[in-house]
Design a protein. Sequence first.
Length: 284
Amino acid sequence: MLDIARAAKDLAGADGDALRAGTLQALVDGGPNALTALRKLVENAGATSVAHLPADSRLMAPFPAPRKNVFCVGRNYADHIAEGEKAQNAKIGVTEYPVFFTKPRTAIVPPEGEVLIFPELSVEIDYEVELAVVIGKPGRNISKADAYDHVFGYTILNDITARDIQRRHGAQYFKGKGLDGSCPIGPWVVTADAISDPQQLSIGTTVNGEKRQDGNTRDMIFDIPTLIASLSEGLTLEPGDVIATGTPSGVGYAMTPPNFLKHGDTVVCEISEIGALRNTVRAV
């Protein structure tokens, strides 16, 4: 593993400053030039530049304290809408425009971190695996044709949801999806050039080894360019902004009977070409 700050100690200018800062946010802020400089450092790294981490080292969330709330998208897979209609015995339907909501920075959970549940508040805690887009280039009123030019990379996000709290608050999303410990993200960000096609990725979830969700990002109702174009209408997207793009079917509340998360569960969200995001559940 390359110690980037050490490798960049003699690198002059803004690129050196970005790499020595030691955060992913600083790298994204540095733009394409900083990323190119980092790639050169990695290519040129020798044995003396390799750092051996202690065995008990753990990954942080890619953005432990994002500058903004995480942007999220609801109802973006037809099969998820269908399972919700069946579970609720109600018509939900496909919306004309994407449905957006946010999760606060206090919800962020790192890889291998703990998803918090609050039994006195909710007994219906659910999981939702999602492909998350990381913005690299700022913009407002971004066109669909230009959308991918604004993408730095991709990661995995688990949109943990308190279904009963969501219903209690008028079925709007924020409260039921904004609790502390409700936004695992990681395990890392894969740069856009390393993903063959973000709209052709397998996406799924297991709980205690049992397969629950098994989908593909090609089944999104609103694709990534549409989401970026719609969200950026009159709203500036900035480097480091994260957009979760919705979840496929297989969530706990739609099972028969419903099967919600409980203390001690292990949840693993996987997306091809990115990896696996593993978290445990803890009641507090």
